[in-house]
Design a binder for this molecule. Structure first.
Ligand code: SAM
Length: 266
């Protein structure tokens, strides 16, 4: 594994724990958006599935539950694979490996379905990742990229002109991600030679109770993000007070589109 340049590697151990907590809740909260996509790519009857950039494995667990087939899941981060091994230990149909999404160590035309969730935003070279995913997919098989956000479409109210831009892209860029990956999915899939369909997976706006539960679960992650962006503790406290107040009053609105792409290999 010579050139692992993956998102998780830019994080300290402490950051990683906060990031994993965020991914855990995200997997739970987005299950209803991903399930129809898994049905569409015929996951249930697939024999061999590859989940690329599996992270701590909560999304891989959904995939393993929904198929009769075998799931191989890879991630570039050894730490992530360690966590995933623990989370998935009772799933006998899952095999976990450290591996590079830009250079998949599998033969051409091996898998019925190849999936990734929230990977392309963090990949150094997303085009190379999709090309590789297409290469290892069988002819007639499907490649699925789910939950790839586009923070250019982020809506948040009441607004905070200093903080909003941090969560609408700046923080992701600082960690090496592409906050506008959503709009690029079609191009990435078409250029990989796939017969492509794109859509927005999240067509529901969360209520304030859901937004608050999500925030509190991943609070350390958000606070650290603001600290890294140069805010003082006083500024963060003030922001948090107003943020929680508007959630408790039930008046806050948060939305950003999360795109998906399904590509059939000719
Ligand atoms: C945001 S996490 C998503 C994890 C998981 N798919 C989920 O939805 O919970 C992105 C993951 O992609 C992995 N990753 C990024 N670039 C990669 C690459 N080139 N090869 C393998 N894994 C990569 C990171 O290590 C990280 O675990």
């Amino acid at each position: 594994m010579s050139k692992m340049k993956v998102g998780s590697h830019k994080r300290s151990k402490e950051d990683l724990v906060d990031f994993i907590k965020k991914l855990e809740l995200q997997a739970l909260e987005t299950a209803e958006e991903r399930l129809p996509l898994y049905l569409e790519v015929e996951l249930k009857d697939a024999e061999l599935i590859l989940d690329v950039g599996c992270g701590p494995g909560m999304v891989t667990r959904d995939i393993a539950r929904l198929t009769k087939g075998k799931v191989i899941a890879i991630d570039g981060s050894e730490d992530m694979i360690k966590v995933a091994k623990d989370i998935l230990k009772v799933y006998k149909n899952v095999e976990l490996r450290v591996g590079d999404a830009e250079n998949l160590s599998f033969n051409d035309n091996m898998f019925d379905v190849v999936t990734c969730n929230l990977l392309l935003m963090w990949a150094e070279n997303p085009q190379q990742v999709v090309k590789e995913m297409a290469r290892v997919t069988k002819s007639g098989g499907n490649v699925l990229a789910s939950l790839e956000p586009d923070y250019g479409g982020k809506l948040h109210w009441p607004e905070n002109p200093k903080i909003d831009p941090i969560f609408a892209g700046k923080a992701i860029k600082a960690r090496g991600g592409d906050p506008h990956i959503g709009r690029k999915l079609r191009l990435l899939f078409v250029r990989a030679g796939l017969k492509t369909k794109v859509g927005i997976g999240n067509n529901r706006i969360w209520n304030c109770k859901e937004d608050k539960a999500y925030y509190l679960h991943a609070r350390d992650f958000y606070v650290k993000t603001l600290k890294d962006a140069g805010l003082s503790q006083k500024e963060i406290d003030k922001w948090e007070y107003n943020y929680l107040k508007s959630l408790d009053e039930g008046v806050q609105l948060n939305f950003f589109p999360q795109f998906y792409a399904i590509g059939k290999k000719p």
